[in-house]
Design a protein around this ligand. Structure first.
Ligand SMILES: [Zn+2]
Length: 230
């Protein structure tokens, strides 16, 4: 079984993780010997087999979201952006081919880091545009700013008491229309805390066609998006 070894100083004991991409990761303390790690992997064969089958099935149902190589792709704003090994690291719009993301690094791990950082940077501006568009339509306007979160279980959250909206950088993977829906949803929560009828009326006032966007969003499996571990 091929695996990726990730050592860290903060780690006290060995653990195995199956990534959504179906790759085995061994997270180990700095000094643990490779023999011990591989013995543990052999002893965990049953768990690995089950976890891999689950990851593969989920990916088959959802579609692959990242192929990190020159000419590969990553899910970006609801469509696959082509990955190119370029001279600088940036996202470009190239007609008629569509979006491309250029990465300077050639090495896999470094390219992964660059892509991760680039996506988070892009997230800020992409989400900001969607949020600003929705915010001007909201009834109550106490919130000019929103905060970028790293949540991997919630697209957004809002606190009426603190008048704050948090939006996950992972929104950058999905379509702009769905980002707008999430922004509208959280803005409505500043007026209505729970999912009451009054709440949905508020959502509708901001975004009249919210229903189809809401449905489309429910089909997205957050746990299958790339960079699950950040
Ligand atoms: Zn809600």
């Amino acid at each position: 079984m091929p695996y990726r070894l990730v050592r860290s100083r903060a780690r006290r004991r060995l653990s195995l993780v199956m990534t959504p991409q179906g790759e085995l990761e061994a997270r180990a303390p700095m000094r643990l010997s490779v023999e011990r790690i591989e013995a543990f992997i052999r002893a965990s064969a049953d768990w690995i087999e089950r976890a891999k089958a689950q990851a593969d099935a989920a990916r088959a149902a959802f579609g692959q979201t990242l192929l990190l190589e020159d000419g590969g792709f990553v899910l970006f704003r609801g469509a696959k952006a082509r990955l190119c090994w370029g001279k600088s690291t940036r996202a470009v719009l190239n007609f008629p081919e569509g979006r491309e993301i250029w990465l300077k690094a050639r090495d896999g791990l470094q390219a992964e880091k660059e892509l991760h950082a680039l996506l988070k940077r892009e997230a800020r501006s992409v989400i900001d545009r969607a949020y600003a568009k929705m915010a001007v339509r909201a009834k109550r306007l106490p919130v000019k700013f929103w905060k970028l979160s790293s949540s991997r279980s919630r697209w957004g959250s809002a606190s009426a008491a603190r008048a704050t909206v948090n939006l996950s950088w992972r929104l950058v993977f999905i379509d702009d229309a769905l980002i707008e829906y999430v922004a509208a949803h959280e803005l409505a929560h500043l007026v209505e805390g729970n999912h009451s009828q009054a709440f949905w009326k508020e959502v509708e006032a901001i975004l009249p066609d919210w229903k189809r966007r809401h449905q489309a969003l429910r089909a997205v499996r957050m746990e299958l998006l790339p960079f699950y571990d950040d």
